[in-house]
Design a protein around this ligand. Structure first.
Ligand SMILES: [Zn+2]
Ligand SMILES: [Zn+2]
Length: 406
């Protein structure tokens, strides 16, 4: 059976956002068609208490609110930071951790206490002084329960395991003997399977996509998600699908939308009158020829550095998508995805389709929406279904790519 999952999110405790009610999360999940959603921040004690109070275990390892069909899975993000030999700077890599039950979370909280790690924010740090110490920490976490899953998050962002800040050439430099326990990676908003499939370290791993959202908004939850083939709707079946690459499909941002897709500098930096974008071949020292400051190496170019073109990649099904409210906003020419006109059209579409995922998978969009919503909106939806959209210019130096739907 197919299950749409979004296994990486954050609560209000991860900073920068207000509280997010699980009820509103559940309402958005239903509109989007997400079956199972990672709770976010489940390690942070006040959040653990909140989840314990509000959620009921409904299937092994899956939880729901009372009288509600949406399923939640216990999930957090942890930042591992360590000092690797031969690297001047610390290596920092974000990871998703999935837990089968609350008792495993308590055991992990105790480990963090024992290691004297502060657990005072939604997304905590686990710091070590060397690779062997990090490896030992990872093994101790995995030993809490055989179904705990540790997943490198958004691997190509500057804070991802393969990101340009870390500049690792092989992930074993970080994981050491723990590497066989890494089964799965998150592609992140900045990369898609096509960019990652020829990177030697990733060839045999499962790729998943998640929203990493900090809000219950319609353009955040499920903005990236994964459809798994599972035997049952429960936690062990989800973990088994992740470990065995039983992925039907990942849906991805077009990576060119991401804020660091190519190398360049924004126009409004000191010393700049105009923007500077390197679609190809940025200067090897990454010095900006206009202001002389260092540029971030774009994700696209970082992937090219890591790829081995001789590799024959595994077949991986994926699709580039744009959240429906953004497509509607683009079609009627408004900026805000929460404007009344956008939401009205969204509701009209949801009267016809059971969820947004069902809309994207339908081959009867024209017939079913004909005369119910404006034809220009239908045309944009069909264009996105066909993949007829691009980002021009692509994202660079913190600026998102500029959407153009043909
Ligand atoms: Zn992260
Ligand atoms: Zn510059």
């Amino acid at each position: 059976m197919k299950l749409a999952v979004d296994l990486h999110s954050h609560s209000g405790y991860a900073g920068g956002v207000g509280q997010i009610e699980l009820r509103s999360v559940s309402a958005t999940m239903k509109l989007k068609g997400i079956d199972v959603f990672g709770t976010g921040d489940c390690l942070y004690p006040p959040r653990t208490e909140e989840l314990k109070t509000e959620l009921i275990e409904i299937e092994e390892g899956l939880f729901s609110l009372s009288n509600d069909s949406s399923r939640f899975l216990l999930q957090t993000e942890v930042i591992f930071s360590t000092k690797l030999a031969h690297y001047k700077n610390k290596t920092v890599a974000h990871h998703i951790i999935l837990f089968p039950d609350f008792s495993s979370i308590e055991k992990m909280q105790k480990l963090m206490q024992k290691w004297q790690m502060k657990n005072t924010i939604g997304r905590p740090f686990i710091v070590s002084n060397s690779q062997p110490e990090l490896e030992d920490q990872l093994f101790q976490i995995a030993e809490i329960h055989p179904l705990i899953e540790i997943i490198p998050a958004h691997v190509m962002t500057p804070d991802g395991i393969l990101g340009s800040k870390n500049n690792l050439t092989e992930i074993c430099e970080f994981y050491g003997n723990f590497q066989p326990k890494i089964h799965c990676i998150e592609t992140g908003l900045s990369a898609d399977p096509a960019m990652l499939e020829k990177i030697p370290d990733l060839v045999n791993l499962t790729f998943i996509s998640n929203s990493d959202c900090h809000s219950a908004a319609l353009n955040r939850i499920g903005r990236e998600f994964t459809i798994l083939n599972v035997e049952n709707t429960n936690y062990p079946a989800i973990i088994s699908a992740l470990r065995n690459n039983d992925v039907e499909l990942t849906t991805e941002f077009n990576p060119a939308e991401g804020r660091y897709f190519v190398t360049g500098h924004r126009a409004n930096r000191t010393g700049h009158e105009c923007e500077l974008i390197f679609a190809q071949n940025p200067p090897t020292d990454l010095r900006c020829p206009i202001c002389g400051k260092l540029m971030n190496l774009g994700v696209q170019q970082r992937c090219l550095q890591l790829r081995d073109e001789n590799i024959i990649p595994k077949p991986r099904k994926f699709k580039h998508l744009i959240p429906l409210v953004e497509v509607i906003a683009n079609s009627i020419g408004v900026k805000s995805v929460s404007s009344p006109k956008v939401l009205k059209t969204f509701r009209q579409i949801m009267e016809v389709f059971p969820s947004e995922i069902a809309l994207w998978q339908s081959d009867s969009v024209q017939v079913l929406l004909d005369k119910r919503v404006e034809q220009k909106t239908i045309n944009r939806i069909l264009a996105v279904q066909r993949g007829d959209f691009r980002f021009d210019p692509p994202g660079y130096d913190g600026v998102y790519g500029n959407l153009k739907i043909s």
